[in-house]
Design a protein around this ligand. Structure first.
Ligand code: ADP
Length: 433
């Protein structure tokens, strides 16, 4: 490209030279006039092209770009190239964006893009249907003005992006959704909404099936156990071998009975999605019963220390709470050698009541801790079986915790012992007792 400064310099030099020639032939005044005239023409030509550029910039279009002359020809040709390039990348971007939008619309899950103030920036069609959003009207509206569920507002404020939220549709209560928040960009979020009605239906069919089978098994099992107990009372009627078979049958039937009972309890807790009632539980009374049952399980072979550190009550469903607490204490006894110590604590931390069981037992490998609450997950199946376990205890505890909005924390060290802590939310604390 020509340099405008050199261009101007050469023009001035040429006009000065011509003016000198005019001065030689005519007078100084005529030469000066000639110099001024040439400069004016030069300036006017630039003003003209600036005007054309200004006009074009107001309504840029590839077909109307001026040709220009001199330095301006080059300026316009650069502008032409850049504008063409920009138009091409803009159309490519528009195509990509269009494709992205079509893909986002094709996703069966609802997607809502939120800005840092949780205001709606964009959403796809499925989310309009699921959450009742009307993008043309609700754009820039805070999402919690439209989804007025308290649990959703808490979920939005908590910023626990690893968790999801189950929500029952307020427009159609037979449908349920799972909501996830995914952070992206500086502080924007994507709210993803999945219809889990069918999954929940299938789960409920499976649960009902297990519950029905367990229920159907209960009566024949009770009859079998009854007969086996009667037969084992008639020890003298059998030889030693037959009697030992009878004992084994009775043992296995008892195990089956325990399994059926645990399955029934688990399916009854699982099928109840509603939050547990908030009835005040007398912890002193509950601990007394816990102590009695713990002594029975341990046979007084462990040092069990029960302590209520704060005189606070829990708001919950006593039957379930007792079952969860006893499950943890029973595990501590079963996985701790005779003579080992077990501490059972009821206390409060950050205004949240908690129940903790610490044992000096065999401990758990840290890697296996996340799997403990899975149904039938046992680290040492033999030990679990010998000590009367079904592999369902911690699953039951987990579901009782869910119904009470409580969290379960497990820490352990192999060979040293384990700590199981159930932390209840502040709203389940009662300071009255
Ligand atoms: P189980 O009936 O087999 O005890 P649970 O669901 O109660 O089933 O526990 C699952 C598994 O977690 C157990 O099989 C055991 O391996 C492990 N576990 C639970 N509690 C403890 C504990 N206090 N100490 C060591 N291991 C434990």
């Amino acid at each position: 490209m020509q340099d405008i400064r050199w261009n101007t310099f050469w023009v001035l030099l040429f006009v000065s030279f011509l003016s000198l020639v005019v001065w030689g032939f005519k007078s100084l005044e005529v030469a000066f006039l000639f110099f001024v005239l040439c400069l004016t023409v030069y300036l006017l030509s630039h003003v003209y092209w600036i005007h054309r550029l200004n006009k074009w910039l107001k309504n840029p279009n590839l077909s109307t770009i001026p040709d220009g002359s001199g330095i301006w020809e080059e300026i316009f040709s650069i502008l032409y190239r850049e504008y063409k390039k920009q138009k091409k990348s803009k159309s490519e971007l528009t195509t990509t964006l269009g494709r992205f939008m079509t893909a986002a619309e094709a996703i069966p899950d609802g997607i809502v893009a939120l800005n840092q103030n949780n205001e709606i920036e964009w959403c796809n069609k499925p989310s309009e249907k699921m959450l009742g959003i009307n993008l043309s009207k609700d754009i820039n509206q805070p999402i919690n003005y439209l989804l007025r569920e308290t649990s959703f507002t808490e979920y939005l404020n908590d910023k626990k992006y690893n968790d999801s939220l189950r929500l029952i549709s307020w427009r159609n209560t037979s449908r349920s959704f799972e909501l996830f928040l995914v952070p992206f960009g500086a502080s924007q979020k994507l709210l993803i909404c999945r219809d889990i009605t069918q999954i929940e239906k299938n789960d409920s069919i499976k649960r009902d099936f297990i519950a029905n089978v367990s229920h159907e098994l209960k009566t024949p099992l009770t009859v079998i156990i009854g007969f086996l107990e009667t037969l084992s009372d008639m020890k003298n009627e059998f030889n030693e071998k037959t009697y030992s078979y009878l004992q084994m049958m009775l043992e296995q039937s008892d195990r089956m009975k325990k399994l059926v009972e645990d399955l029934l309890q688990l399916s009854s807790i699982e099928s109840n999605a509603a939050a547990a009632e908030k009835k005040e539980i007398d912890m002193h009374d509950l601990f007394k019963r816990l102590e009695k049952d713990s002594d029975l399980i341990s046979g007084k072979l462990h040092k069990i220390n029960m302590s209520i550190k704060k005189n606070i009550a829990l708001l919950g469903y006593e039957k379930e709470i007792y079952s969860a607490f006893l499950n943890l204490v029973s595990n501590a006894i079963r996985y701790t050698e005779k003579g080992g110590s077990i501490n059972v604590i009821w206390d409060m931390e950050n205004q949240k009541p908690y129940f903790e069981v610490q044992d000096s037992g065999i401990g758990i490998d840290e890697k296996l801790i996340p799997r403990l609450t899975e149904r039938f997950y046992r680290i040492n199946a033999d030990r679990s079986r010998i000590t009367g376990g079904t592999g369902l205890g911690l699953s039951i505890v987990k579901h009782i915790c869910i119904r009470h909005q409580a969290q379960i924390e497990i820490t352990s060290q192999v060979g040293k012992g384990s700590q199981f802590k159930i932390i209840f939310p502040q709203e389940r604390l009662s300071l009255k007792k």
